[in-house]
Write a protein that binds this ligand. Structure first.
Ligand SMILES: Nc1ncnc2c1ncn2[C@@H]1O[C@H](COP(=O)(O)OP(=O)(O)OP(=O)(O)O)[C@@H](O)[C@H]1O
Ligand SMILES: Nc1ncnc2c1ncn2[C@@H]1O[C@H](COP(=O)(O)OP(=O)(O)OP(=O)(O)O)[C@@H](O)[C@H]1O
Ligand SMILES: [Mg+2]
Ligand SMILES: [Mg+2]
Lengths: 228, 228
């Protein structure tokens, strides 16, 4: 499904080189449930943004379903980003002037085949699944930090994408609410979706069955874990 | 030091009333180390913003050193916010176009008595204390999520404020980096500062010696905990 080969992401800051990714290779099959861990600054979000086709590497190859992403047209990339991948950003990236409902509807608007009346129903049900059925008309600054995070989760799931990339989806949530969100990801995995999750919390990573650890832009460990 | 009496914060959303705080009373002595916990949306950030003099309540009283904050002039409030309180925001609130160094220097610029050359040295040492001595010239979008959070911590501490209000200061940090930041707060508490910390992680709350739990805008528990 996803093949990353020798990926580098290097930033030139004046005369200093920052190697966010320093040669990363990983293969991900369909319907895997992977957690990406590692210290702050080790390259987790950088790797997620590359897999999510939101950024381009400095060098290295990245294949989706056998096709090299570097050879794809903008339309093909947009299709992957909007239809195949659901992305939960570490910084939520909600539209500040839109309500929760409008924010969650956004991926459905790009998906031209869904009628407006259907969109609203799908967005409301996604918000209910993350426990925010009573916050549909709140704008982001009228929500708590964890509520904004959950709107970002609802937006990523509303289009029922095959691959879900979630960057620290429970960082602002208390344990009970965090486990409710993880139950959603577990369900989606059971239904055949591929889940890739960045987390720094071991009990959240325990939901996955493979852990990829990054350290200073390199993979320091890639192990299958046994789920109870 | 801090006395909160019957505080309410109510938002009117059309015909729905949202009670972010629904009658909260709490007394905080000097040099206490308190963690505030509770589910997502329970009112933790709202309470922190009121204690940090960044917001005004709908009703109720709030005294700092025996003086009712509602009777203070804007200058007196600004003095408290800039000199007595260091605030780590849940959303970091860094200036996007300024480097880490400039962001951390900001509270020192308000403090008219510090020379420019001194300011730079204080800001660099604050960034070194949070492990970001090699990221002084990065702007926020050139940093990882956890690095931005640590710049926000450095900015809150640089002025050596008597009271530190930290809203989820380790939400984006791996355990090791999180513990390094907690060691900073522990040190400041040992030196006589008052620390009030919102967290959803029990092992982070364990650094404090009192836990105040919020539930639906009310205090559900307020207990002293025994630190090892
Ligand atoms: N400007 C606003 N208008 C309307 N409702 C608001 C506003 N700000 C906050 N709220 C509501 O008030 C409640 C408390 O918000 P608050 O940010 O204090 O929660 P919190 O405990 O910090 O949550 P989290 O752990 O998710 O950060 C939430 O349910 C939120 O939706
Ligand atoms: N635009 C940029 N310019 C320069 N350096 C950058 C840029 N973006 C990221 N970096 C650096 O690349 C490294 C990796 O960043 P990344 O966001 O991937 O880390 P992360 O593992 O997600 O960290 P965290 O757990 O704190 O979110 C960091 O050290 C960061 O400072
Ligand atoms: Mg990150
Ligand atoms: Mg909050």
């Amino acid at each position: 499904l996803i093949q990353v080969k020798d990926l580098y992401k290097i930033y030139q800051m004046g005369n200093v080189e920052v190697r966010a990714l320093d040669g990363v290779s990983v293969d991900i099959e369909s319907n895997e449930y992977i957690s990406i861990m590692g210290p702050s600054g080790s390259g987790k979000s950088t790797l997620m943004n590359l897999i999510g086709c939101l950024d381009t590497p400095t060098s290295g190859d990245f294949f989706m379903d056998g096709v090299n992403v570097a050879t794809m047209t903008d339309d093909e990339l947009a299709h992957i980003r909007n239809k195949q991948i659901g992305f939960v950003f570490q910084t939520f990236n909600l539209l500040p002037k839109s309500t929760s409902l409008r924010n969650v509807e956004l991926p459905l608007i790009y998906n031209g085949s869904i009628k407006a009346s259907e969109r609203k129903g799908m967005a409301i049900s996604a918000l209910e699944r993350v426990g925010l059925g009573d916050r549909t008309h709140h704008k982001p600054n009228e929500l708590s930090g964890g509520q904004r995070q959950r709107v970002a989760v609802a937006r990523a799931l509303v289009n029922d994408p095959a691959i879900i990339l979630a960057d620290e989806p429970t960082g602002n949530l208390d344990s009970k609410t965090g486990e409710e969100i993880m139950a959603l990801f577990d369900d989606l995995h059971q239904q055949g979706n591929t889940i890739i999750l960045v987390t720094h919390e071991e009990h959240i990573a325990a939901h996955a069955n493979r852990v990829v650890r990054l350290l200073d832009g390199k993979i320091s460990e890639d192990v299958l874990t046994h789920r109870a």
